[in-house]
Design a protein around this ligand. Structure first.
Ligand code: FPP
Length: 233
């Protein structure tokens, strides 16, 4: 991929995870229905994912639908699921061409059968690539921890930190160095609870549909201004 911005990350920043918040407020502020905000949000997701890989990141993760989001109106849920299906149809080939591994993290059993089929197909076709795009759908951090415990028990594996990490939905993916949340709230909302132990947290008031590549650069520059001590001095 061509990097028009000539902006590169180094080995200290391998993985950024995004909590894409503010789609509903963005739509309401324009007198539109909430699903319109998600339609704009998916365009931003697509652009930001590409930009991250252009910047040299190894992994990116996007929180698209939580286990708690089933409480939303059916029309809104339907919009988010169809947006994912459309994204897979539209962008699957270019992910493979750009050598990006696609993975859904979350409880896929709770998703519609056709959507599951599309996900599985792209996951299989892209599994040999190292750079990773994780999309969290029907995802809950606590559910993921319980899932990992059950997996270790059923596979008869020893419970230790290494095996535990590998048993999570994210498996061998490096932990996020930074988590960016848009739209002003300052919490993790059940996202990557195990993996975020040492993630730098970055919050911005910008609503997700307004999030630009310049906003991403601001976040990355902020990351580089911090000193990560991992409990040391
Ligand atoms: C949070 O904003 C956003 C979501 C719950 C859904 C995010 C979904 C997308 C960006 C589109 C689908 C993306 C993919 C990858 C299929 P909110 O609705 O809670 O906004 P609010 O806090 O302003 O109400």
């Amino acid at each position: 991929m061509e990097n028009k911005n000539n902006f590169k990350v180094d080995e200290n920043l391998k993985h950024i995870a995004f909590i894409m918040d503010g789609n509903g407020r963005w739509a309401k502020a324009r007198g539109m229905e909430r699903p319109e905000g998600h339609k704009e949000g998916v365009k931003v997701f697509e652009r930001v994912a590409n930009t991250c890989f252009e910047f040299g990141l190894e992994a990116v993760t996007f929180y698209a639908f939580s286990t708690e989001n089933w409480k939303r109106p059916p029309e809104e849920i339907q919009t988010i699921m169809s947006l994912l299906a459309m994204y897979l149809d539209k962008c699957g080939d270019s992910l493979i061409k750009n050598e990006v591994r696609f993975r859904v993290i979350g409880d896929k059993a709770g998703l519609d059968k056709d959507l599951r089929k599309k996900i599985k197909k792209l996951e299989n076709e892209s599994k040999q690539f190292k750079r990773t795009l994780n999309v969290a759908i029907n995802y809950g951090g606590r559910d993921e921890i319980v899932y990992a415990c059950q997996r270790l028990v059923s596979e008869g594996k020893e419970i230790n930190k290494e095996n535990f990490s590998l048993a999570l939905y994210t498996e061998d993916c490096v932990d996020p160095d930074m988590i960016i949340r848009t739209a002003g709230e300052r919490r993790l909302s059940n996202f990557l609870l195990w993996q975020s132990s040492y993630s730098e947290l970055y919050f911005t008031d910008v609503l997700w549909p307004d999030f630009t590549d310049e906003d991403l650069k601001l976040a990355i520059n902020d990351f580089y201004s911090r000193r990560r001590r991992y409990g040391g001095l």
